[in-house]
Design a protein around this ligand. Structure first.
Ligand SMILES: [Zn+2]
Length: 410
């Protein structure tokens, strides 16, 4: 017999509708597959909200052997985390330890300064005792779920999302291995590494791409003969040819030598593919260069920026090294990509180093620009172009990282 239950018995009046949240996978995975993301740097306070009971544990640890210092009930409203007199206080409870881990139960989700993240939150007082860093410890797959939707549009072809998932998974494991052991975190949450927005960047499409490529990374032959992961750089629009990593980041790997890319032109907006002239005041340029590279001060006011090395691709070329001449007559050299991001740290006006440099009264003008980003590795718009033509994630990755292989590591 069919019993119809009145709706008001199922949904209690006054109950807040609770969004269905996907539980955080991989919470019991080995620590080598966790990523530490720097969320806040040198702060003295922040806010925390957690919809489930949580523990504060010490020491910093991925494993259950850590000691529970305090248990908390779920928080109805955000509470303050503050540092004062060298101690961290969470919701008015003070702790003497220099490092604390906030470990949410159930969905394993916490909200820091109103942004939701998965995994755990580590709070580390800096050596001067004046500020602390907030670091998100998150397993690799939920980390990727917070990256892919921030890096490319989720409505793009599923094969591009999968290619992006494999490239992003490989890249962060490589950065962790290369730099993580010397610091309290592995990756920044900005474009300096990969843009990570946490739960709000997640979607069904992104989770599908993450799950369909679960544990897959790219490897290549290293100079010592071993087969291992490599820095799978990627950028938005290569402008027609990807660049050799040696000329931009100084590292040499077979899959990163650069390939012709006929695909991104039809995908990128015309004003992104061919960017408008960008002008910067000469004094601003000199000052920004001095701040970032104090050794350039000996040159005096920068009076000339000349191409020193470039990669020629027929119709266009990418500047890879520039010669700087100063008012003292002294000269120095910079990688063109370093010059670009020093002059325009956002990279939104001076979009790439496929351009010409000209003097324009009291300004430097960057003309005839093509592409967006450093141009090394996978071209994201190009990958979308390939997928539209029916290419698979494997084919896209094989094209932009020639000589690489897909390997499943867990
Ligand atoms: Zn391209």
């Amino acid at each position: 017999m069919l019993v119809i239950i009145p709706l008001f018995l199922i949904i209690q009046p006054g109950c807040k509708p609770r969004q269905l949240v996907r539980p955080t996978p991989q919470m019991d995975t080995a620590s080598r597959y966790w990523i530490r993301v720097l969320l806040l740097n040198n702060v003295t306070d922040c806010t925390l909200k957690i919809d489930s009971p949580f523990n504060v544990t010490t020491p910093n640890s991925y494993t259950p052997v850590s000691t529970v210092e305090a248990g908390f009930n779920s928080l109805e409203e955000p509470v303050k985390i503050e540092l004062s007199a060298g101690r961290i206080t969470i919701a008015s409870r003070s702790f003497t330890e220099r490092e604390l881990t906030v470990y949410p139960s159930e969905q394993h989700i916490f909200s820091l300064n109103s942004n939701e993240y998965r995994g755990k939150l580590e709070l580390i007082i800096n050596p001067d005792g004046e500020s602390f860093d907030a670091v998100n410890h998150v397993p690799l797959e939920p980390y990727l779920a917070g990256v892919i939707g921030a890096e490319i549009p989720v409505y793009w072809e599923p094969e591009v999302l999968k290619a992006q998932a494999i490239a992003a998974r490989t890249y962060c494991l490589y950065i962790k291995k290369r730099f993580g052991k010397n610091r309290n975190w592995d990756v920044a949450k900005t474009q300096a590494n990969q843009v990570y927005l946490g739960v709000k960047a997640e979607s069904v499409q992104v989770w599908n791409a993450v799950n369909d490529t679960y544990g897959q990374v790219l490897t290549c032959k290293h100079p010592n003969g071993s087969e291992d992961i490599f820095p799978t750089y990627y950028s938005s629009v290569c402008g027609g040819h990807t660049e050799n990593s040696k000329n931009v980041f100084g590292d040499s790997f077979e899959p990163l030598v650069g390939v012709e890319c006929p695909y991104c032109k039809d995908v990128a907006k015309l004003t992104l593919f061919f960017w408008p002239m960008a002008q910067f005041d000469k004094n601003t340029v000199t000052n920004r260069l001095f701040r970032r590279y104090p050794q350039l001060k000996k040159l005096g006011q920068i009076t000339s920026i000349e191409p020193s090395e470039q990669s020629n691709y027929g119709k266009f070329s990418r500047l890879t090294k520039v010669k700087l001449v100063g008012s003292t007559g002294k000269t120095d050299f910079l990688r063109a990509e370093d010059l670009r991001l020093t002059i325009d740290p956002t990279g939104r006006r001076l979009q790439s180093t496929i351009c010409r440099i000209a003097k324009w009264d009291d300004k430097w003008a960057f003309l005839a620009g093509r592409g967006w980003g450093h141009g090394v590795g996978m071209c994201q718009c190009g990958a979308q172009g390939m997928a539209r033509q029916g290419k698979t994630a494997e084919q896209i990755l094989a094209y932009y990282y020639p000589g690489s292989r897909i390997k499943t590591v867990y």
